[in-house]
Design a protein around this ligand. Sequence first.
Ligand code: GDP
Length: 304
Amino acid sequence: ETLDKGLEKSKTSFLGKLSKAVAGKSKVDDDVLDNLEEVLVTSDVGVNTTLKIIERIEERVARDKYLGTEELNLILREEIAGLLSETHHGEETEFQIDTTHKPYVVMVVGVNGVGKTTTIGKLAYQFKKQGLKVMLGAADTFRAAAIDQLQVWADRVDVPIIKQKMGSDPASVAYDTLSSAVSQEVDVVLIDTAGRLHNKVNLMNELGKVKRVMQKVVPGAPHDVLLVLDGSTGQNAFEQARQFTKATEVSSLAVTKLDGTAKGGVVIGISDQFQIPVKYIGVGEGLEDLQVFNKYEFVDSFFN
Ligand code: GDP
């Protein structure tokens, strides 16, 4: 697709903005690079990653002496795919767990409202569909609503949930959940946790304790610490990633609400800046609206 055609499309899409940025220019010069920088930043790619991309384009311009604006689209695609490749080794398309661990334990972290519960429900649905035995643990005991919401998803997907009353010790819930999972030969355990960021030390202590207690029941657990971020919140998502990676060892990301935004650039910036792979993307509120992140599909959709 040419940049001209892109111009006719939505002005808010990445390609639309890119087309505007190069309008009337045949070669990539300082002006075009300035515009490109703005396009990347306003697409939530983040300042550091944007500068990295601009630098690489500058290198291409310096090396090849001339770079036409028609080629910019292609080169950007390559550069962005290259950046994603630094953190995404595989090109998974299926929901997968490492079945050498039984149960395989996923600790899900993130602040309220980002779509943590929904993502847990969607994951439970996917794993159950594969014939795996799934169990949920309601270790976000801080809000009654969090426990209720998880129960709603447990009912919807028809998987067991272990919970205690509001205000109980999250580590105790995690312990109970893993104990039940072991005795019932569960394959995948998804543990919801409280994501209060107002006090980093508390968060660190709480997640640390939950982890330590899990390891008493299942050595090596959690096998995945999944941070859920709302992709429509741009800089907030970056800030949350910063805080959570300081508080605990995050091993993968789920970026939600990418259906309602033209700002998917957050996926590029966050995985680059924190060197953590995006494993899943949320594209709606329904059961089926979670996808395994595939860097090639993502780059294609970003440019379409
Ligand atoms: P939590 O507080 O982090 O557990 O957030 P919830 O899972 O309760 O989700 C908060 C709101 O975001 C709900 O209305 C969800 O339906 C909605 N939501 C979650 N994921 C997505 C998504 O990928 N796309 C859209 N459009 N909405 C989502």
